[in-house]
Design a protein around this ligand. Structure first.
Ligand code: HEC
Length: 179
């Protein structure tokens, strides 16, 4: 009798395990293929002016639109999430200094990021909230880009994102400590 119960439980556990592995595998595949998906988009050509009124307006927008909250007050990049459970999220260095954007990062590349949420290689920017900026008028987008392109280079090399959203074991360990 006991053996039959144990056997039954074992089979049930094994099936649940197999099911979880299957679902996880499927989700992993879905996420990976989205991360690696490339998009081909023609960025609209903006007319960028670099006069002082335009740069000042661009700076104001970079503040109110939150660019500097994630990319730092000098736009030289910063860690904007550092949480033991969640991991590290890095706002990229957007200047031309060390650790920043490549020298040939063009105005079209800026528009791809802001309007379409993709890198110049066509891959999705995963944490950059481009959906909030896609509707900026061409005038506003041009001003932000003019401001950003005119910044002093900042040498700041930051680590890559390091996300650990599945740190379940840590939470369980903590629960264990409590009880
Ligand atoms: C919530 C945080 C956040 C805000 C707000 C934000 N960014 Fe970003 N941005 C990121 C992160 C993180 C990346 C790095 C790519 C990724 O992981 O998505 C990024 C990447 C970029 C890139 C692409 C660099 C590349 O590698 O091609 C540009 C350009 C950029 N941001 C400009 C801006 C501008 C301009 C604003 C404001 C209008 C802004 N960002 C607001 C988080 C943010």
């Amino acid at each position: 009798m006991l053996i039959r119960i144990l056997k039954g439980t074992g089979i049930a556990l094994l099936s649940i395990g197999a099911l979880i592995a299957g679902v996880y595998g499927y989700m992993y595949y879905q996420v990976q293929s989205r991360i690696n998906q490339k998009y081909v988009v023609q960025a609209p050509v903006l007319n960028i002016r670099y006069d002082s009124a335009q740069l000042a307006y661009g700076e104001r927008l970079a503040i109110v639109k939150g660019c500097r909250d994630c990319h730092g007050d000098d736009m030289g990049g910063k860690v904007f999430v550092d949480d033991p459970g969640l991991g590290l999220l890095i706002g990229k260095n957007l200047t031309k200094g060390k650790g920043g954007l490549p020298n040939d990062y063009s105005t079209e590349d800026w528009v791809l990021a802001l309007k379409h949420g993709i890198r110049r290689d066509g891959k999705t920017l995963l944490f950059m909230p481009s959906y909030e900026f896609t509707h900026l008028s061409e005038e506003d987008m041009s001003a932000i880009i003019a401001y950003a392109q005119s910044l002093q280079p900042v040498d700041r090399e930051l680590p890559d994102h390091n996300l650990k959203p599945l740190q379940l074991h840590t939470s369980l360990d903590k629960l264990g400590d409590c009880g």
